[in-house]
Design a protein around this ligand. Structure first.
Ligand code: HEC
Length: 135
């Protein structure tokens, strides 16, 4: 009988730690962006061509998590501890260009950091397509 209680206790502990993990993953701590990045502006001109190129790059590098229309519902999203951001949200659309650049290029918590996968110009080009998600 004693062992049975031990088992219950263990299960409760596992359940509880799982729950607190779930809370951690829904919490969105603020994402600090260094001032030199904040001041940056998109050096790539917005044209029909750069928006189309941005879509191509987005489909290759971002859609698997953020979804084809930016809602955060890409096929990889269900396997992540943290939900990919809904890129159509006002809060993200209005975030500065430089903050976007920093978050995608440098990333955080093992996520993102495209600095070895995309060159700066690609990251900026994608932003023109991301802006088409604006509601
Ligand atoms: C492996 C999955 C994955 C891929 C691929 C991915 N993202 Fe994300 N993205 C995330 C997750 C998860 C978050 C939420 C991260 C956080 O808040 O710490 C996020 C957050 C963001 C944010 C919002 C940051 C904020 O202000 O809260 C932007 C913008 C973004 N991603 C753009 C992109 C772009 C552009 C690409 C492609 C170059 C991309 N992501 C590729 C998973 C991904």
């Amino acid at each position: 009988m004693k062992n049975f209680f031990k088992l219950q206790l263990m299960l409760a502990a596992i359940l509880f730690s799982g729950m607190s993990l779930a809370f951690v993953s829904y919490d969105q701590p603020s994402w600090d962006v260094p001032a030199e990045y904040k001041a940056m502006k998109n050096p790539v001109k917005k044209t029909n061509e750069t928006v189309a190129e941005g879509k191509k790059l987005y489909d290759l590098s971002c859609a698997s998590c953020h979804g084809a229309t930016g809602k955060g519902d890409g096929k990889k999203s269900e396997h992540l501890a943290k939900m990919p951001a809904d890129l159509s949200l006002d809060q993200i659309q209005q975030d500065g260009e430089g903050s976007y650049f920093y978050k995608v290029k440098i990333g955080r918590q093992g996520l993102h950091s495209f600095k070895n996968k995309l060159d700066d110009e690609d990251i900026w080009t994608i932003l023109h397509f991301v802006h088409t998600f604006q509601k």
